[in-house]
Structures are given as structure tokens and as C-alpha cells.
Design a binder for this molecule. Structure first.
Ligand SMILES: [Zn+2]
Length: 126
């Protein structure tokens, strides 16, 4: 999965700004690349939870945007899915980006478990 340096920096900055709460949002993109971040209001009451405002998803769908995944932060945790994330995951093929500290992890839900995804900026062909 391709994530540009600019989008990576924006995501880490959003996570820092939300600390000590979790930031969350949706990922627009293609099967190969994330092309935009769409920050969402976090509807969760607890600071260590996230719940993406469904209105955002409806709006993006109405605008014809291709949503390929979601992102959120673990303010004082690891850049890996928590057991709660596995419970919340439903859509197979959905990409999950998770920020933990200054690290960023990428995963795809395969319907039963998270698989780690390679994540990096696009390299010019050599
Ligand atoms: Zn999580």
C-alpha cells in the first residue's frame, strides 16, 4: 500500500494533536494507494476508544469517493491492532492504519484476522 510522505506526516500530526485522545478517520484511495485522509469526529466517550462519525462515511459515499480503509491512533500504545479493533473490524479487504507514538502500522482485515501490509512512499521506477 502506497502512502506518500506528506500523508504520513499529516496522519502523525493529527494523532499528536488529538493526544491524549484517539484520532480517527477514513482513507480514500485505490487498491494500491491511499490518496486522501478524511478526519472524522471521534464519537467515543472514553479516551481510549474511537468511533467514526457515520455521517462522514455517508457524505463521502454520496460524493462518490472510494473509501478503502480507516485510521486511528493508540495514544500511548503500539501501532498494532488491539483485540477491540479485531472485534470492530467487519469488512474484508478494509485497510487499517494505526498510529502508536511515532510509529505507523498498516493492516488489512481478511475477514477473520489482521494481516500486516507493507506501507511506503511510491518510488520512482529505476
Ligand atoms: Zn485501536
Amino acid at each position: 500500500m502506497i502512502l506518500s510522505d506528506a500523508l504520513r506526516a499529516a496522519l502523525l500530526a493529527e494523532a499528536r494533536a488529538a493526544h491524549p485522545r484517539e484520532c480517527c478517520g477514513l482513507l480514500e484511495g485505490t487498491g494500491k494507494a491511499v490518496t486522501a485522509l478524511h478526519p472524522a469526529r471521534n464519537l467515543a466517550d472514553a479516551p481510549d476508544r474511537f468511533e467514526i462519525d457515520p455521517a462522514l462515511q455517508f457524505r463521502l459515499r454520496r460524493e462518490g469517493r472510494n473509501i478503502v480503509g480507516c485510521y486511528h491512533s493508540h495514544p500511548d500504545g503500539a501501532a498494532e491492532p488491539s483485540p477491540r479493533d479485531a472485534q470492530a473490524a467487519s469488512q474484508a479487504g478494509f485497510v487499517w492504519l494505526i498510529v502508536g507514538g511515532d510509529a505507523l502500522g498498516a493492516f488489512v482485515w481478511d475477514g477473520a484476522r489482521f494481516e500486516r501490509l507493507e506501507l511506503g512512499p511510491e518510488r520512482a521506477p529505476t
